[in-house]
Write a protein that binds this ligand. Structure first.
Ligand SMILES: [Zn+2]
Length: 357
């Protein structure tokens, strides 16, 4: 049904690392082939052509295939919902798996999945490499993707998905490097989860990026090792950036954010704003309103979800505005006035307003 792949470069973190110029492969959702949504209906069930056991078998045989085809050696760690392959050490695999399961249960909680309900076929796979060369080789040989400029990505094929990531050796501070490794991994996994929620329809880039950043930060704070928790820098970095922009009256409008079709890696303001907007929206009614909004976005009529003309594009934007008001009880512009005021006024207590503290 859906052969398209979503390749999400983990770019914003590379920006934080002040790395060299980065290219932008397909960004959130834009490469997704929409399937016909069921208006007001139930979540679409996974389109499975094999049994779950068959999908699992394919995933478990990946290390053998990767060795044969690419000459790469993999260790594997399997947990309830994830299969982690790759060359990173066993301890790091284990720590990563705890965060993965944490994300999975938080996602299910926010999006009201039943305990045993499946989000994807088999398990979600992660390929985690000790060496950037292995990461690039795997991307080329397994995904047919040139990852020379990517910091990590996820891709899906039908009901299966995987994340490809590597250990960044540029960090001299080991704990900071580890925190960043977890942040990118959970960020990508959140994209993968959103991808499968309800239907394969795309959702807006600001929702994708904002929610992925929010979950990365939240999951590490909640499920991470004590030493790592305090090293997650994203929140403070973004908060300070936003405050400076707001004080100088330079912050982009909600309207512009909501109309963005891509979010390039150097768009720090875009990532920061998307993140704080998502954080505040998720905070309303314990995620219920955000859930309703994402549902509406996933059920967007196919013709406006994939606009081919300016007219349809405008229709699509107004659909989003309409659903925003319906779900959050305020227009994007009203929300923006409140948010700006809050950012500027709450300097000293900025952190307190974030959800799940
Ligand atoms: Zn992203």
């Amino acid at each position: 049904m859906d052969d398209s792949r979503v390749l999400l470069a983990r770019l914003f973190l590379s920006v934080l690392l002040a790395s060299a110029a980065l290219a932008t492969p397909g960004l959130c959702g834009n490469a997704v082939t929409a399937v016909q949504p069921r208006q007001g209906g139930q979540r679409q069930s996974l389109d499975l052509t094999k049994t779950l056991a068959e999908y699992l078998k394919i995933q478990r045989e990946h290390p053998k295939k990767i060795k044969e085809k690419l000459g790469l050696d993999c260790n594997t760690l399997e947990t309830q919902n994830f299969i982690i392959h790759g060359s990173i050490d066993q301890q790091l695999m284990k720590e990563t798996s705890v965060l993965c399961e944490g994300l999975h249960s938080e996602f299910k909680r926010i999006f009201k999945y039943k305990k045993k309900e499946k989000l994807y076929a088999g398990k979600l796979e992660l390929f985690l490499w000790q060496d950037r060369g292995e990461f690039i080789k795997f991307a080329a040989g397994f995904d047919g993707y040139d990852a020379t400029h990517a910091g990590g990505y996820f891709t899906s094929r039908g009901p299966l998905a995987h994340v490809n990531m590597y250990w960044d050796t540029r960090f001299t501070d080991k704990l900071a490097g580890k925190a960043r490794f977890f942040e990118v991994t959970i960020h990508e996994l959140t994209h993968a989860h959103l991808r499968f929620y309800r239907s394969h329809n795309r959702i807006r880039v600001w929702v994708h990026e904002g929610f992925a950043n929010l979950m990365a930060w939240y999951v590490i704070r909640r499920y991470g090792d004590r030493k790592i928790r305090d090293r997650v820098k994203t929140k403070d970095y973004f908060a300070n950036y936003l405050r400076r922009q707001a004080e100088q009256g330079k912050l982009r409008s909600m309207k512009d954010l909501m109309r963005q079709r891509t979010m390039p890696g150097n768009d720090i303001e875009g990532y920061a704003l998307a993140w704080i907007v998502a954080a505040n929206l998720v905070n309303m009614d314990n995620g219920m309103r955000f859930l309703k909004f994402v549902k509406a976005m996933k059920d967007e009529p196919a013709e406006t979800a994939r606009p081919t003309s300016q007219e349809l594009l405008e229709k699509s934007f107004s659909y989003q505005d309409w659903k925003f008001k319906e779900c959050f009880g305020v227009t994007p512009q009203q929300f923006e006035r409140w948010l700006l005021n809050w950012i500027v006024k709450n300097k000293s207590t900025f952190h307190k307003a974030f959800p799940f503290q």
